[in-house]
Design a binder for this molecule. Structure first.
Ligand code: AMP
Length: 190
């Protein structure tokens, strides 16, 4: 199974690159942000609780996202592989993912990180906020909070995969196709 984690701060291009990867390799895209926004648009209790945190740029509790991912893994038993986008975002989530995948004998092949500096991220997110309709993209204060959450809680997840020799990082600034080619080269070398 081709199980990959696409890693990087908000605005690094994970969603865009995930889309191209699932097209090329026939994988299932698991974005916890998308799953949470779908809960919000369906007006579920989980969605309403998550929205309060997401609107402030704060991470939702680990058990909520781990539960959603576990459910999706079970619902896609015949998948060729998964692209995890925006998950795991804490070391506890990474540990839980390893456990979930161990029970399926399909470990993470690697984590690919897209490196983009904070100024560029802020610009990209503000631009995206103009037409994405996402309230968390439209407000500079919330954007900075999301980047801070990333630096405090999510950046350490890289160390988790480095310790397993699974971490690769590439420059996330450039054209979409150039970055995709680099990601694909990394995948081919795994
Ligand atoms: P994203 O679409 O990945 O930028 O996520 C949007 C928001 O959803 C984040 O700012 C968090 O509030 C929440 N979220 C998404 N994925 C996770 C996760 N793995 N852990 C905790 N919160 C998450």
């Amino acid at each position: 199974m081709l199980n990959l984690v696409l890693f990087g701060p908000p605005g690094a291009g994970k969603g865009t690159q995930s889309q191209k990867l699932i097209e090329k390799h026939g994988l299932i895209h698991l974005s916890t942000g998308d799953l949470l926004r779908s809960e919000i648009s369906q007006g579920t209790e989980l969605g309403l609780e998550a929205k309060k945190l997401m609107d402030h740029g704060t991470l939702v509790p680990d058990e909520v996202v781990i539960g959603m991912i576990s459910h999706k893994l079970d619902a896609n038993k015949d998948a060729k592989g998964f692209i995890f986008d925006g998950f795991p975002r804490t070391v506890a989530q990474a540990e839980a993912l390893d456990q979930l995948l161990a029970s399926k004998n399909a470990p993470i092949l690697g984590m690919i990180a897209l490196e983009v500096n904070d100024d560029e991220l802020e610009q990209r997110l503000l631009l995206r906020g103009k037409d994405s309709g996402r309230p968390d993209d439209a407000n500079p204060e919330v954007i900075r909070k999301r980047i801070k959450e990333y630096n405090d809680k999510t950046a350490p997840v890289a160390g988790f995969y480095k310790a397993q020799n699974k971490f690769k990082s590439i420059n996330g600034i450039g054209s979409i196709n150039e970055i995709f080619d680099e990601i694909d080269d990394v995948i081919a070398a795994y």
